[in-house]
Design a protein around this ligand. Structure first.
Ligand SMILES: [Ca+2]
Length: 392
């Protein structure tokens, strides 16, 4: 009898999901086929607007930044969302707000969380990075580590993603719509910078000692990088970057190199005209390892490191917001071998993707331009299919 009830409920849920595709309520789920088998995506929490950053604590709770300025603690077992206190005021217009969050790799011992946000001061707005500890759902011990130089008027292209490894902190910074500055080493705009994880300056950064150059710069020529992740096996630093009209890029970031914006790009100006001289390559400028010729609006990226989807392990997952899908990129030897677009059916703006401690893939989803209806969702295997097939 109990079995019948469960089956009926499942059938009802399925019908409801199909007839009301916009009802992204907690518990709603959908099943889709991938090239390697069937998967299910389910909504586990609502109440977010523009979820931008996500990082898991050792106890399986997720910290989630909501761009208008809220930091959430999500218990992935219950779906309970708790608001974290002690978050600084942020400038939340357009691309600004509370941006990324990361947990220190040695969090169990040192308790440090890292987060970035757009700050407004008398001189303008800038991407700022702090670290803090969490005590009873409150940020304490806050330390300011970095502010992008210079502050600028305007509300576009703040970046930012954070990545930590081997005692270093990497920060992506957009060019604040002043594209020429991405090639100028006197400014942090359009750069990826590298600091020690306590904010000190490493003396082996590539432009240390060069007159007029910012010593924190690690790489330059970036437009608006919204994704950053270390490859779990090779340690390569992978990055995603918004192009203008098309030309969204996946790059492998190396010390001191120039990634070309705005001199070289596969994109075009929003009016359809060429960017600069319309070059797609130039000496001394790195080509992306993968790019989208038409718009993709790439957001957060993550390598899949779980065990629930063995055949997806070490694939790079990339949120795309125009059109809306989740890209699965098969990468090897610093290249992208193939792409599969997932979740095309949902038309979700995936802002952030992470591997959860349970091996499922967690997504922060913006649903509407005004931020209403955002959700946290996860992708899990369909139980009936015993594992996914092999890549062909
Ligand atoms: Ca580039």
């Amino acid at each position: 009898m109990r079995f019948v009830f469960v089956a009926t409920l499942a059938a009802l849920t399925s019908v409801q999901a199909q007839s009301q595709p916009s009802a992204d309520t907690v518990g709603a789920s959908w099943e889709y086929d991938s090239q390697l088998g069937r998967y299910r995506v389910e909504v586990i929490a609502t109440g977010v607007r523009v979820p931008f950053g996500m990082a898991f604590l050792p106890d399986s709770r997720a910290l989630i930044t909501d761009r208008p300025g809220t930091l959430w603690l999500l218990d992935i077992r219950t779906g309970t969302m708790t608001r974290v206190a002690g978050v600084p005021a942020v400038s939340d217009s357009v691309d600004g707000g509370l941006l990324d969050i990361e947990v220190h790799p040695d969090y169990v011992r040192n308790g440090w969380l890292y987060f970035s946000y757009a700050e407004k001061t008398d001189t303008g707005k800038a991407t700022v990075v702090e670290r803090a500890r969490l005590r009873d759902a409150r940020l304490v011990d806050r330390q300011r580590l970095f502010a992008a130089y210079p502050a600028m008027a305007g509300d576009y292209h703040f970046g930012s993603r954070l990545a930590l490894r081997d005692g270093y902190l990497f920060i992506t910074l957009g060019e604040r719509e002043s594209s020429a500055l991405a090639q100028e080493l006197w400014t942090d705009l359009g750069k990826i910078v590298r600091l020690y994880d306590d904010g000190r300056m490493p003396n082996d950064n590539p432009f240390v000692g060069r007159a007029g150059a910012r010593p924190e710069i690690w790489s330059y020529g970036h437009r608006n990088p919204h994704g950053l992740a270390f490859h779990p096996q090779t340690g390569e630093l992978w990055e995603s970057e918004h192009g203008p009209l098309g030309g969204d890029e996946i790059n492998v970031i190396k010390r001191g190199l120039n990634y070309g914006w705005p001199t070289v790009t596969f994109g075009r100006e929003y009016d359809g005209g060429a960017v600069g001289d319309g070059l797609t390559q130039a000496p001394g400028m790195e080509a992306p390892v993968f790019h989208y010729a038409t718009s993709a609006a790439l957001s957060g990226i993550a390598f899949y490191t779980g065990s629930a989807f063995p055949q997806w392990r070490n694939n790079l997952f990339v949120g795309a917001m125009t059109p809306r899908f989740l890209a699965r990129l098969v990468v090897a030897n610093g290249r992208v071998d193939r792409e599969e677009k997932l979740l095309l059916e949902k038309k979700w703006r995936v802002r952030v993707v992470q591997t959860g401690p349970d091996g499922f893939i967690y997504l922060g989803v913006q649903r509407a331009s005004d931020g209403t209806g955002g959700v946290i969702a996860r992708i899990r295997p369909v139980a009936e299919s015993s594992g996914l097939g092999r890549e062909r």
